[in-house]
Design a protein around this ligand. Sequence first.
Ligand code: HEM
Length: 489
Amino acid sequence: LRRGAPPVAAPRRGRHVQGAGGPRAALQVSQGQQPRRQEDEGGGRCASAGRPRPQLSPQGGPFLYWFGPQPRICLLDYESVRQVLFNKSGHFFKIDAHPTILALLGKGLVLVEGTDWVRHRRVVNPAFAMDKLKTMTTTMVSCAEPLIKEWERLASSNESREVEVEFSKLFQDLTADIISHTGFGSSYKQGKEVFHTQRQLLALAVATLLNVQLPGLKYLPTKNNRLKWMLDKKIKTMLMAIIQPRLASNGGGYGDDLLGLMLEACLTTEQGEKGDELTLTLTMDEIIDECKTFFFAGHETTSRLLTWTMFLLSVYPEWQERLREEVLRERGKENPTADMLNKFKEMTMVLLETLRLYTPVMVMLRKPISDIRLGSLSIPKGNGIAIPIPFLHRDKEVWGDNANDFDPLRFENGITNAAKTPQALLSFSIGPRSCIGQNFAMLEAKSVMAMILKKFSFTLSSSYVHAPADHITLQPKFGLPIVLRPLDV
Ligand code: HEM
């Protein structure tokens, strides 16, 4: 394993066919349908699981690949990517979601379009304001605290004074715990049940993502569809049971968790004949879909950011030590506060570099709603457009010759100055549809990392196998076993 060697697909010259679809000279075609194994750059084992990965075009520029029955144009130049993501022309919509993804997220903020998106974003925005997030930091820290105590206990009972922990699964549980508490406050236990059911749906999504979607198939009572409908109904019933009592407590406040803040922003006063009447700007179904979105978008991605940060800090002990010094300098052994976390400059640099090399969301998908020209490309209406984030994040022309190396110092002067193109970091996307939860995610990652760093030093377990796999988000296929050693020992 070369340290930090990122997972990218190597060019396979023999498989490229010129000239299908767009302009001949610029468009490469690759048949990305078969999942395949490959060596990573450093010779470590790198398994590409379950889903095809686009192949890197030797000359750069756009290329074409197939995902299921549909061709997709993969954009590799930043100018086209900016045009699509800023969408000033209003031509680019999100691609129709796979039915199981739709069941996972519902028609929440991630998937809605047009005036519906404006309405949803207006309601959800206030919940993610920095002053609200600051009060949630205490919750984030207190969710991590019992784990730290447990590891200390386990390490002290081991002769080696060390403890091995599998962090990939652990971070999933921890971020689910955090989103249950920050999202649903006192109803967090019911929230966690929603989370468990959503995980079952996610497993179904991963297993069926490559299935060809025949027209009408989603309505047939196949085994998978019946399971999906049952899980979907269960999630809806559980969320209604959380939301309805809140609405009924009208006047008593709706709570200072994400759900409460959203309900607050959702209520408008309508001037009716009988005086003021409170109505909701989102329907009950839409509120339910926003809750599903918080859950899925809010924990899966952040757990991946934490996982890969632990991985990189294990591989780069000098950076682990730098961050530990920063945490102890600012806060000593006390628990971190939001104001302190915002001062952690080196921690921010490491998290951004982790997002660049191991971006949790691998691809953003769009489709033009009418025929459109994008630079030298003519893209027919309805064709898929893919923005392959890992490829763009390793473009040497943009990130410099060390694009494949772990170098947090590139973010020393902020995101804008980290690359030759401003806004080159796409992990949270850019433009109006960029991630609404990015400050939440960064605060959460900093809280958890600060809690770990001030108590333990850590190294990769000898059982670790480097196999980043695209399971909707990027994760280590065989988990992330890490050996923790309490600092006081
Ligand atoms: C490291 C953590 C995270 C990463 C890498 C991430 C990444 C992204 C990306 C790439 C998008 C744009 C997707 C697209 O346009 O196709 C997005 C959108 C979104 N994210 Fe995140 N996200 C993270 C954390 C969160 C959290 C914590 C929440 C909520 C609690 C959240 C909620 C959302 C929502 C609601 C959208 C849709 C925004 C819109 O379309 O207006 N995300 N995220």
